[in-house]
Design a protein around this ligand. Structure first.
Ligand SMILES: Cc1ncc(COP(=O)(O)O)c(C=O)c1O
Length: 394
């Protein structure tokens, strides 16, 4: 009935298969490795209650009024101080998903090329499609020269087609879905390519502070602050329900995001921003982060040891040093989309890796989340999944 009413953009929207899974099943009634939810155990309920009441006492009506589009000064300043950047380079966003969307909106015309990893974050792919971008996924290669060649090949193709690469979207720290990180050399190589070929980098790093082992690697932003838009989120270090994140970029880029956000939501949620600012400056964020890291490290270690113990021959997996996910690869010919119904009927859920691949490869892969379930349920869930896979692969 409304078919000829919708814009052309609408025809390129696609639904998140992850959210479709949530509609089909109650995640609490099955073993769910599917979502990317943090554990509710990491939400510091008492501290949040206390901070909320402090904010009401301190700011009264101001806490519930409209505020600056860039974000309240208290939160921008707290973010600038914590991450060592000038406050003029900080824009608060209503979550990092919005950060991705506004970057695409201000940079991309229909048909423009966005480079990304193959696989990449589904929510970003949804946003890119909604602006009718031409997405080119490039697979990782552990050999730096081969990895660079893969990028150069795509860049020459795009040039030959008379198209423009607008930006490279990367999740260099504990990527969603693979859990893997880019080395410093890989970051430097990509930044050089961006500078040489004149495209920007959107560096999305919501998991950066959830590191369980190894050394921190410099951000791509720190390597080239005028070529990189750095996106962060409070979702995984505080709580996703606040829907808060931030962008760090050159003021000329932030100015366009600022105008774009005026038409989107006028300003990020004010009360939530004051709560986040108090939480950050009082040191409660760091205390809570330390507890979350402890909890998730335990779950990651458990998952790795369970996979080692139970997975059949031919199944391999990534070894993330942080974040919330790891990626499983089954032998060639395995179809994780088809296998999904078998798994769900038996009571275990995952997300098929194919959905994260812009080129629709990765049919034999799946993403497993380890933050959401308890250790007991992770243990039972992996035993069950391994049994099902053994049966299927044999
Ligand atoms: C890589 C990546 N970017 C962005 C987001 C969105 O996070 P937010 O809750 O800040 O919108 C997610 C959520 O899972 C993610 O994995």
């Amino acid at each position: 009935m409304y078919d000829n009413k919708f814009s052309e953009d609408v025809s390129s929207f696609f639904r998140s298969p992850v959210r479709e899974i949530f509609k089909r099943v109650d995640l609490n009634s099955i073993y769910s490795f599917a979502g990317g939810y943090p554990s509710a155990e990491t939400f510091p309920m008492e501290e949040i209650r206390r901070t909320m009441s402090e904010v009401i006492d301190k700011y009264a009506g101001k806490a519930f009024q409209y505020g600056a589009t860039q974000g309240v000064p208290e939160l921008r300043e707290a973010v600038a101080a914590r991450y060592g950047v000038p406050v003029e380079r900080v824009q608060i966003t209503s979550s990092s998903q919005q950060g991705i969307d506004v970057c695409t909106r201000i940079l991309v015309n229909p048909g423009d090329v966005i480079l990304t990893s193959n696989p990449s974050y589904l929510g970003a792919l949804q946003s890119f499609c909604s602006y009718r971008a031409d997405i080119r996924g490039i697979s990782h290669d552990p050999d730096l020269e081969t990895f660079k060649k893969a990028y150069e090949t795509v860049l020459s193709q795009v040039e030959a087609e008379g198209k423009q690469v607008k930006f490279l979207y990367m999740i260099p720290d504990f990527q969603n879905p693979s859990g893997e990180s880019l080395t410093l050399e890989e970051r430097k190589m990509l930044v050089s390519l961006a500078q040489e070929h004149g495209f920007l980098i959107v560096e999305d790093s919501p998991y950066r502070e959830l590191r369980y082992e190894g050394e921190h690697i410099p951000t791509m932003y720190s390597l080239a602050p005028d070529h990189v838009i750095h996106l962060r989120s409070f979702s995984k270090i505080f709580a996703p329900g606040f829907r808060l994140g931030w962008a760090i970029a050159h003021p000329d880029i932030l100015d366009k995001i600022y105008v774009c956000k005026q038409s989107l939501d006028l300003c990020p949620p004010i009360f939530d921003q004051y709560v986040a600012a108090e939480f950050l400056t009082s040191g409660r964020l760091d205390e809570n982060l330390a507890r979350s890291i402890d909890l998730y490290k335990g779950k990651r270690d458990l998952l790795l040891s369970l996979l080692e113990k139970h997975m059949p021959e031919g199944v391999t997996w990534t070894h993330p040093e942080g974040g919330l996910f790891l990626f499983l690869t089954m032998p060639d010919g395995f179809d994780a989309v088809k296998f999904y119904d078998t798994a769900l009927d038996a009571g275990v859920a995952y997300v098929a890796g194919e959905f994260f691949h812009p080129d629709r490869s990765g049919k034999n892969t799946m993403r497993l989340n380890f933050s959401f379930m308890s250790q007991e349920r992770i243990t039972e869930g992996i035993r069950l999944l391994a049994d099902l896979l053994r049966h299927e692969i044999a």
